[in-house]
Ligand binder design. Sequence first.
Ligand code: GTP
Ligand code: MG
Length: 406
Amino acid sequence: MPSDTTHESLSGIFIFMPDSNFVDYVKIYCRSGKGGRGSMHLHRAKYQPNGGPDGGDGGRGGNVYLRGNHNYWTLLHLKYNRHVYAEHGGDGGKDKCHGTDGKDQYIDVPCGTVVYNADTGKYVCDVTYDGQVVMLLKGGRGGLGNFQFRTATNQAPRYAQPGEPMQEMTIILELKLLADVGLVGFPNAGKSTLLSSLSSARPKIANYPFTTLEPSLGIVAYRDQQSFVMADIPGIIEGAAEGKGLGLRFLRHIERNSLLLFMVPGDTDDIKREYEILLDELRRFNPDLLDKHRVLAVTKCDLLDDELIDMLRESLPDDLPVVFISAVTGLGIQQLKDVLWSELNNESNKLQDIVSEEKIVHRDKDMTRFSSEMAAEGEDIIVAEADEEESGSDDIGDFDDEEEYI
Ligand SMILES: Nc1nc2c(ncn2[C@@H]2O[C@H](COP(=O)(O)OP(=O)(O)OP(=O)(O)O)[C@@H](O)[C@H]2O)c(=O)[nH]1
Ligand SMILES: [Mg+2]
Protein backbone atom coordinates (compact mmCIF):
# COMPACT_ATOMS: atom_id res chain seq x y z
CA MET A 1 0.00 0.00 0.00
CA PRO A 2 1.43 3.42 -0.84
CA SER A 3 2.82 5.34 2.07
CA ASP A 4 0.68 8.43 1.50
CA THR A 5 -2.61 6.57 1.80
CA THR A 6 -5.01 8.55 3.94
CA HIS A 7 -7.83 7.15 5.98
CA GLU A 8 -10.37 8.77 3.63
CA SER A 9 -9.20 6.54 0.82
CA LEU A 10 -9.20 3.59 3.19
CA SER A 11 -12.75 3.92 4.37
CA GLY A 12 -14.05 1.67 1.62
CA ILE A 13 -11.81 -1.26 2.36
CA PHE A 14 -12.48 -4.34 4.38
CA ILE A 15 -9.43 -6.09 5.76
CA PHE A 16 -9.39 -9.86 5.83
CA MET A 17 -7.42 -10.97 8.81
CA PRO A 18 -5.14 -13.96 8.43
CA ASP A 19 -5.45 -16.69 11.06
CA SER A 20 -3.68 -15.28 14.02
CA ASN A 21 -2.49 -16.62 17.33
CA PHE A 22 -4.17 -13.77 19.10
CA VAL A 23 -7.58 -15.23 19.86
CA ASP A 24 -9.82 -13.00 21.93
CA TYR A 25 -13.22 -14.51 21.15
CA VAL A 26 -14.25 -18.12 21.55
CA LYS A 27 -17.54 -19.96 21.84
CA ILE A 28 -17.53 -23.20 23.80
CA TYR A 29 -20.03 -25.73 25.04
CA CYS A 30 -19.79 -26.72 28.71
CA ARG A 31 -21.57 -29.42 30.62
CA SER A 32 -21.30 -30.42 34.25
CA GLY A 33 -21.61 -34.02 35.44
CA LYS A 34 -24.87 -35.58 36.55
CA GLY A 35 -25.18 -37.04 40.01
CA GLY A 36 -24.84 -40.79 40.45
CA ARG A 37 -27.89 -42.90 41.36
CA GLY A 38 -28.41 -44.06 44.90
CA SER A 39 -28.45 -47.82 45.18
CA MET A 40 -31.51 -49.85 46.14
CA HIS A 41 -30.05 -52.97 47.66
CA LEU A 42 -30.98 -55.37 50.42
CA HIS A 43 -28.22 -57.09 52.30
CA ARG A 44 -28.00 -60.80 51.62
CA ALA A 45 -25.86 -63.20 53.59
CA LYS A 46 -26.02 -66.75 54.67
CA TYR A 47 -28.17 -67.31 57.77
CA GLN A 48 -29.26 -63.69 57.77
CA PRO A 49 -32.74 -63.69 56.32
CA ASN A 50 -33.60 -59.99 56.84
CA GLY A 51 -30.30 -58.29 56.16
CA GLY A 52 -31.90 -54.83 55.76
CA PRO A 53 -31.19 -52.11 53.26
CA ASP A 54 -27.56 -51.37 52.42
CA GLY A 55 -27.71 -49.33 49.19
CA GLY A 56 -25.11 -46.55 49.14
CA ASP A 57 -25.45 -42.98 47.87
CA GLY A 58 -24.47 -41.84 44.41
CA GLY A 59 -21.45 -39.54 43.95
CA ARG A 60 -21.88 -35.93 42.90
CA GLY A 61 -21.30 -34.85 39.32
CA GLY A 62 -18.23 -32.77 38.51
CA ASN A 63 -18.50 -28.98 38.40
CA VAL A 64 -17.22 -26.74 35.64
CA TYR A 65 -15.08 -23.84 36.81
CA LEU A 66 -13.35 -20.94 35.13
CA ARG A 67 -9.92 -20.14 36.52
CA GLY A 68 -7.85 -17.01 35.91
CA ASN A 69 -4.34 -17.93 34.81
CA HIS A 70 -1.74 -15.27 34.10
CA ASN A 71 0.32 -17.69 32.04
CA TYR A 72 -2.26 -17.44 29.31
CA TRP A 73 -2.32 -14.37 27.17
CA THR A 74 -5.02 -15.33 24.66
CA LEU A 75 -7.89 -17.81 24.31
CA LEU A 76 -6.02 -19.78 21.64
CA HIS A 77 -5.87 -22.96 23.76
CA LEU A 78 -9.68 -23.06 23.79
CA LYS A 79 -10.11 -22.52 20.08
CA TYR A 80 -9.51 -26.17 19.30
CA ASN A 81 -11.05 -27.59 22.44
CA ARG A 82 -14.59 -26.34 22.35
CA HIS A 83 -16.42 -28.97 24.35
CA VAL A 84 -15.82 -29.17 28.05
CA TYR A 85 -17.42 -32.03 29.92
CA ALA A 86 -17.12 -32.68 33.63
CA GLU A 87 -17.32 -36.29 34.77
CA HIS A 88 -20.59 -37.84 35.95
CA GLY A 89 -20.87 -39.03 39.52
CA GLY A 90 -20.59 -42.78 40.08
CA ASP A 91 -23.62 -44.78 41.19
CA GLY A 92 -23.93 -46.00 44.76
CA GLY A 93 -23.38 -49.70 45.44
CA LYS A 94 -24.23 -52.45 47.85
CA ASP A 95 -22.66 -52.58 51.31
CA LYS A 96 -23.33 -48.83 51.60
CA CYS A 97 -20.69 -48.06 48.98
CA HIS A 98 -20.72 -44.39 48.04
CA GLY A 99 -20.37 -43.65 44.33
CA THR A 100 -17.26 -41.79 43.19
CA ASP A 101 -17.54 -38.05 42.81
CA GLY A 102 -17.19 -36.82 39.24
CA LYS A 103 -13.96 -35.01 38.39
CA ASP A 104 -14.30 -31.24 38.14
CA GLN A 105 -13.24 -29.42 35.00
CA TYR A 106 -11.27 -26.19 35.14
CA ILE A 107 -11.21 -23.92 32.13
CA ASP A 108 -8.06 -21.80 32.36
CA VAL A 109 -8.53 -18.36 30.92
CA PRO A 110 -6.32 -15.26 30.75
CA CYS A 111 -7.05 -12.50 33.25
CA GLY A 112 -9.56 -10.10 31.77
CA THR A 113 -11.91 -12.67 30.27
CA VAL A 114 -15.62 -11.86 30.23
CA VAL A 115 -18.18 -14.63 29.84
CA TYR A 116 -21.57 -14.36 28.14
CA ASN A 117 -24.33 -16.91 27.64
CA ALA A 118 -24.30 -17.62 23.91
CA ASP A 119 -28.03 -18.35 23.75
CA THR A 120 -29.34 -15.32 25.57
CA GLY A 121 -26.45 -12.88 25.29
CA LYS A 122 -26.58 -12.34 29.06
CA TYR A 123 -23.43 -11.44 30.96
CA VAL A 124 -22.37 -14.37 33.16
CA CYS A 125 -19.12 -13.48 34.92
CA ASP A 126 -15.77 -11.82 34.66
CA VAL A 127 -12.36 -13.35 35.48
CA THR A 128 -9.94 -10.58 36.36
CA TYR A 129 -7.07 -11.93 38.45
CA ASP A 130 -4.71 -14.88 38.57
CA GLY A 131 -6.06 -17.78 40.61
CA GLN A 132 -9.64 -16.49 40.61
CA VAL A 133 -12.02 -19.42 40.42
CA VAL A 134 -15.61 -18.94 39.32
CA MET A 135 -18.08 -21.80 39.29
CA LEU A 136 -19.81 -21.84 35.94
CA LEU A 137 -21.91 -25.00 36.16
CA LYS A 138 -22.68 -27.06 39.22
CA GLY A 139 -22.68 -30.83 38.96
CA GLY A 140 -25.80 -32.73 39.99
CA ARG A 141 -26.01 -34.06 43.56
CA GLY A 142 -25.83 -37.80 43.95
CA GLY A 143 -29.05 -39.62 44.88
CA LEU A 144 -29.48 -41.20 48.30
CA GLY A 145 -29.33 -44.96 48.60
CA ASN A 146 -32.13 -46.92 50.24
CA PHE A 147 -30.05 -47.29 53.42
CA GLN A 148 -30.79 -43.59 54.09
CA PHE A 149 -34.53 -44.17 53.96
CA ARG A 150 -34.81 -46.89 56.59
CA THR A 151 -37.17 -46.06 59.41
CA ALA A 152 -38.76 -47.97 62.26
CA THR A 153 -41.90 -48.53 60.25
CA ASN A 154 -40.25 -49.08 56.90
CA GLN A 155 -37.27 -51.24 57.60
CA ALA A 156 -36.67 -52.37 54.05
CA PRO A 157 -37.35 -49.42 51.73
CA ARG A 158 -37.33 -50.56 48.16
CA TYR A 159 -36.50 -47.27 46.62
CA ALA A 160 -33.52 -44.97 46.14
CA GLN A 161 -33.05 -41.53 44.63
CA PRO A 162 -31.79 -40.91 41.14
CA GLY A 163 -28.95 -38.41 40.84
CA GLU A 164 -29.62 -34.76 39.97
CA PRO A 165 -29.28 -33.95 36.31
CA MET A 166 -26.33 -32.08 34.84
CA GLN A 167 -26.34 -28.50 33.63
CA GLU A 168 -25.17 -27.28 30.27
CA MET A 169 -24.45 -23.93 28.73
CA THR A 170 -22.86 -22.60 25.59
CA ILE A 171 -20.71 -19.64 26.50
CA ILE A 172 -18.85 -16.92 24.70
CA LEU A 173 -15.51 -15.99 26.15
CA GLU A 174 -14.28 -12.54 25.28
CA LEU A 175 -10.86 -11.36 26.28
CA LYS A 176 -10.69 -7.71 27.27
CA LEU A 177 -7.12 -6.78 28.02
CA LEU A 178 -6.34 -5.19 31.35
CA ALA A 179 -4.43 -1.97 30.78
CA ASP A 180 -4.44 1.52 32.26
CA VAL A 181 -4.12 3.50 29.05
CA GLY A 182 -5.58 2.54 25.68
CA LEU A 183 -4.29 4.08 22.44
CA VAL A 184 -6.97 5.12 19.99
CA GLY A 185 -6.16 6.49 16.56
CA PHE A 186 -6.38 6.10 12.82
CA PRO A 187 -3.97 3.72 11.13
CA ASN A 188 -0.48 5.17 10.78
CA ALA A 189 -1.01 7.66 13.61
CA GLY A 190 2.16 6.46 15.35
CA LYS A 191 0.53 4.37 18.11
CA SER A 192 2.94 1.46 17.91
CA THR A 193 5.91 3.80 17.60
CA LEU A 194 4.86 5.55 20.82
CA LEU A 195 4.39 2.24 22.65
CA SER A 196 7.80 0.99 21.54
CA SER A 197 9.48 4.23 22.59
CA LEU A 198 7.81 4.25 26.02
CA SER A 199 8.09 0.56 26.87
CA SER A 200 10.02 -2.59 26.03
CA ALA A 201 7.19 -3.83 23.82
CA ARG A 202 8.24 -4.22 20.20
CA PRO A 203 5.11 -4.04 18.05
CA LYS A 204 5.57 -3.99 14.30
CA ILE A 205 6.00 -0.48 12.93
CA ALA A 206 5.78 0.45 9.26
CA ASN A 207 4.67 3.28 7.09
CA TYR A 208 1.45 1.72 5.87
CA PRO A 209 -2.02 1.45 7.44
CA PHE A 210 -3.03 -1.59 9.48
CA THR A 211 0.49 -2.60 10.39
CA THR A 212 -0.86 -3.64 13.76
CA LEU A 213 -3.36 -6.48 13.41
CA GLU A 214 -3.61 -7.52 17.02
CA PRO A 215 -3.36 -5.66 20.33
CA SER A 216 -0.18 -5.55 22.33
CA LEU A 217 0.60 -4.37 25.84
CA GLY A 218 3.62 -2.50 27.17
CA ILE A 219 4.65 -1.48 30.66
CA VAL A 220 5.63 2.17 30.83
CA ALA A 221 8.11 3.01 33.58
CA TYR A 222 7.45 6.22 35.43
CA ARG A 223 9.37 8.05 38.15
CA ASP A 224 10.13 6.33 41.48
CA GLN A 225 9.84 2.77 40.18
CA GLN A 226 6.21 3.27 39.31
CA SER A 227 4.66 2.09 36.12
CA PHE A 228 1.46 1.79 34.17
CA VAL A 229 0.27 -0.48 31.36
CA MET A 230 -0.45 0.79 27.87
CA ALA A 231 -2.42 -1.10 25.20
CA ASP A 232 -1.82 -0.58 21.49
CA ILE A 233 -4.78 -1.69 19.40
CA PRO A 234 -5.19 -1.74 15.61
CA GLY A 235 -6.21 1.56 14.05
CA ILE A 236 -9.84 2.42 13.42
CA ILE A 237 -11.25 4.34 10.49
CA GLU A 238 -14.45 6.17 9.70
CA GLY A 239 -17.19 3.59 9.17
CA ALA A 240 -15.48 0.99 11.37
CA ALA A 241 -18.83 0.39 13.05
CA GLU A 242 -20.05 -1.00 9.71
CA GLY A 243 -17.05 -3.31 9.60
CA LYS A 244 -14.71 -1.15 7.51
CA GLY A 245 -11.02 -1.67 8.04
CA LEU A 246 -10.69 -4.09 10.92
CA GLY A 247 -14.05 -3.02 12.29
CA LEU A 248 -14.53 -2.20 15.94
CA ARG A 249 -13.89 -5.64 17.38
CA PHE A 250 -10.61 -4.57 18.97
CA LEU A 251 -12.28 -1.74 20.84
CA ARG A 252 -13.33 -4.29 23.41
CA HIS A 253 -9.73 -4.17 24.61
CA ILE A 254 -10.04 -0.56 25.66
CA GLU A 255 -13.37 -1.04 27.42
CA ARG A 256 -11.57 -1.64 30.70
CA ASN A 257 -8.89 1.04 30.32
CA SER A 258 -9.36 3.85 32.72
CA LEU A 259 -7.84 6.36 30.32
CA LEU A 260 -7.95 6.71 26.55
CA LEU A 261 -5.11 8.37 24.68
CA PHE A 262 -6.32 9.66 21.33
CA MET A 263 -3.58 10.04 18.76
CA VAL A 264 -3.83 12.23 15.68
CA PRO A 265 -0.81 13.04 13.46
CA GLY A 266 0.19 16.71 13.43
CA ASP A 267 0.26 16.83 9.64
CA THR A 268 -3.46 16.06 9.42
CA ASP A 269 -5.62 18.76 7.79
CA ASP A 270 -8.23 18.95 10.51
CA ILE A 271 -7.15 17.44 13.81
CA LYS A 272 -10.38 18.32 15.60
CA ARG A 273 -12.50 16.59 12.96
CA GLU A 274 -10.38 13.42 13.10
CA TYR A 275 -10.73 13.40 16.87
CA GLU A 276 -14.50 13.72 16.52
CA ILE A 277 -14.67 10.88 13.99
CA LEU A 278 -12.80 8.67 16.45
CA LEU A 279 -15.13 9.70 19.26
CA ASP A 280 -18.13 8.94 17.09
CA GLU A 281 -16.88 5.44 16.25
CA LEU A 282 -16.30 4.79 19.94
CA ARG A 283 -19.81 5.98 20.69
CA ARG A 284 -21.26 3.60 18.12
CA PHE A 285 -19.37 0.68 19.62
CA ASN A 286 -20.22 1.37 23.26
CA PRO A 287 -21.52 4.73 24.50
CA ASP A 288 -20.03 4.03 27.94
CA LEU A 289 -16.56 4.48 26.44
CA LEU A 290 -17.19 8.21 26.26
CA ASP A 291 -17.39 8.39 30.05
CA LYS A 292 -13.69 7.58 30.30
CA HIS A 293 -11.06 10.24 30.79
CA ARG A 294 -9.36 11.23 27.57
CA VAL A 295 -6.07 12.80 26.53
CA LEU A 296 -5.22 13.93 23.01
CA ALA A 297 -1.69 13.54 21.65
CA VAL A 298 -0.79 15.30 18.44
CA THR A 299 1.91 13.03 17.02
CA LYS A 300 4.78 13.41 14.55
CA CYS A 301 5.41 16.98 15.69
CA ASP A 302 8.98 16.80 14.40
CA LEU A 303 7.36 17.41 11.00
CA LEU A 304 5.89 20.72 12.24
CA ASP A 305 7.66 23.94 13.18
CA ASP A 306 6.94 25.93 16.33
CA GLU A 307 4.83 28.50 14.53
CA LEU A 308 2.58 25.84 13.09
CA ILE A 309 2.21 24.19 16.49
CA ASP A 310 1.11 27.53 17.97
CA MET A 311 -1.42 27.96 15.17
CA LEU A 312 -2.75 24.45 15.67
CA ARG A 313 -3.24 24.96 19.38
CA GLU A 314 -6.08 27.37 18.72
CA SER A 315 -8.11 24.96 16.61
CA LEU A 316 -7.86 21.98 18.95
CA PRO A 317 -10.68 20.65 21.13
CA ASP A 318 -10.61 22.34 24.53
CA ASP A 319 -12.40 19.75 26.67
CA LEU A 320 -9.39 17.51 27.24
CA PRO A 321 -5.62 17.83 27.87
CA VAL A 322 -3.61 18.07 24.62
CA VAL A 323 0.08 17.21 24.30
CA PHE A 324 2.29 17.69 21.23
CA ILE A 325 4.70 14.79 20.88
CA SER A 326 7.21 13.20 18.60
CA ALA A 327 8.21 9.62 19.28
CA VAL A 328 11.22 10.10 16.99
CA THR A 329 12.82 13.15 18.64
CA GLY A 330 11.35 12.61 22.10
CA LEU A 331 9.56 15.95 22.03
CA GLY A 332 6.80 16.15 24.67
CA ILE A 333 7.19 12.50 25.70
CA GLN A 334 7.98 13.27 29.35
CA GLN A 335 5.13 15.78 29.43
CA LEU A 336 2.81 13.11 28.00
CA LYS A 337 3.85 10.65 30.71
CA ASP A 338 3.21 13.29 33.38
CA VAL A 339 -0.24 14.06 32.00
CA LEU A 340 -1.13 10.37 31.74
CA TRP A 341 0.14 9.69 35.25
CA SER A 342 -1.77 12.56 36.80
CA GLU A 343 -4.94 11.58 34.93
CA LEU A 344 -4.51 7.95 36.02
CA ASN A 345 -4.15 8.99 39.62
CA ASN A 346 -7.09 11.24 39.43
CA GLU A 347 -9.62 10.12 41.99
CA SER A 348 -12.29 7.83 40.57
CA ASN A 349 -10.10 7.08 37.60
CA LYS A 350 -7.96 4.17 38.74
CA LEU A 351 -8.10 0.79 37.12
CA GLN A 352 -7.97 -0.98 40.49
CA ASP A 353 -11.03 0.92 41.65
CA ILE A 354 -12.84 0.11 38.48
CA VAL A 355 -12.13 -3.59 38.81
CA SER A 356 -12.62 -4.01 42.52
CA GLU A 357 -15.57 -1.75 43.10
CA GLU A 358 -17.43 -3.19 40.20
CA LYS A 359 -17.69 0.08 38.40
CA ILE A 360 -17.46 -1.80 35.14
CA VAL A 361 -20.91 -2.49 33.90
CA HIS A 362 -20.87 -5.38 31.47
CA ARG A 363 -23.76 -4.88 29.18
CA ASP A 364 -25.63 -7.92 27.97
CA LYS A 365 -25.18 -8.67 24.30
CA ASP A 366 -27.59 -7.03 21.94
CA MET A 367 -29.18 -10.09 20.35
CA THR A 368 -29.86 -8.30 17.05
CA ARG A 369 -26.14 -7.63 16.63
CA PHE A 370 -25.10 -10.87 18.23
CA SER A 371 -25.49 -13.17 15.24
CA SER A 372 -23.58 -10.85 12.93
CA GLU A 373 -20.88 -10.55 15.57
CA MET A 374 -20.58 -14.32 15.72
CA ALA A 375 -20.48 -14.55 11.95
CA ALA A 376 -17.68 -11.96 11.91
CA GLU A 377 -15.75 -14.07 14.41
CA GLY A 378 -16.18 -17.12 12.20
CA GLU A 379 -18.20 -18.98 14.81
CA ASP A 380 -20.01 -21.97 13.41
CA ILE A 381 -19.92 -24.61 16.09
CA ILE A 382 -22.85 -26.87 16.57
CA VAL A 383 -23.94 -27.17 20.15
CA ALA A 384 -23.62 -30.75 21.34
CA GLU A 385 -26.89 -32.48 22.13
CA ALA A 386 -27.40 -33.72 25.66
CA ASP A 387 -27.72 -37.50 25.91
CA GLU A 388 -31.36 -38.52 25.81
CA GLU A 389 -31.35 -40.63 28.94
CA GLU A 390 -29.59 -37.96 30.91
CA SER A 391 -32.31 -35.40 30.74
CA GLY A 392 -34.61 -37.56 32.91
CA SER A 393 -35.97 -36.62 36.28
CA ASP A 394 -34.79 -33.31 37.62
CA ASP A 395 -36.42 -33.69 40.97
CA ILE A 396 -34.26 -35.29 43.59
CA GLY A 397 -37.36 -36.20 45.58
CA ASP A 398 -38.52 -38.58 42.87
CA PHE A 399 -38.32 -42.11 44.21
CA ASP A 400 -39.19 -43.92 41.06
CA ASP A 401 -36.48 -46.52 41.15
CA GLU A 402 -38.32 -49.58 42.31
CA GLU A 403 -35.99 -52.11 40.78
CA GLU A 404 -33.05 -53.49 42.59
CA TYR A 405 -30.09 -51.48 41.50
CA ILE A 406 -26.55 -52.28 42.48
N1 GTP B 1 8.37 11.69 11.64
C1 GTP B 1 7.75 10.89 12.49
N2 GTP B 1 7.28 9.72 12.05
C2 GTP B 1 6.66 8.91 12.92
C3 GTP B 1 6.48 9.27 14.29
N3 GTP B 1 5.82 8.26 14.91
C4 GTP B 1 5.60 7.31 13.98
N4 GTP B 1 6.09 7.70 12.78
C5 GTP B 1 6.03 6.93 11.53
O1 GTP B 1 4.70 6.72 11.18
C6 GTP B 1 4.56 5.45 10.56
C7 GTP B 1 3.45 4.67 11.23
O2 GTP B 1 3.80 4.39 12.54
P1 GTP B 1 3.10 3.22 13.38
O3 GTP B 1 3.63 3.36 14.77
O4 GTP B 1 3.28 1.92 12.71
O5 GTP B 1 1.61 3.68 13.31
P2 GTP B 1 0.35 2.94 13.93
O6 GTP B 1 -0.55 4.00 14.46
O7 GTP B 1 0.78 1.89 14.88
O8 GTP B 1 -0.32 2.31 12.63
P3 GTP B 1 -1.23 1.01 12.49
O9 GTP B 1 -0.58 -0.07 13.29
O10 GTP B 1 -1.21 0.72 11.06
O11 GTP B 1 -2.56 1.38 13.01
C8 GTP B 1 5.90 4.76 10.67
O12 GTP B 1 6.56 4.86 9.43
C9 GTP B 1 6.63 5.56 11.72
O13 GTP B 1 8.02 5.57 11.49
C10 GTP B 1 7.00 10.54 14.71
O14 GTP B 1 6.89 10.94 15.86
N5 GTP B 1 7.62 11.28 13.76
MG1 MG C 1 0.55 -0.07 14.88
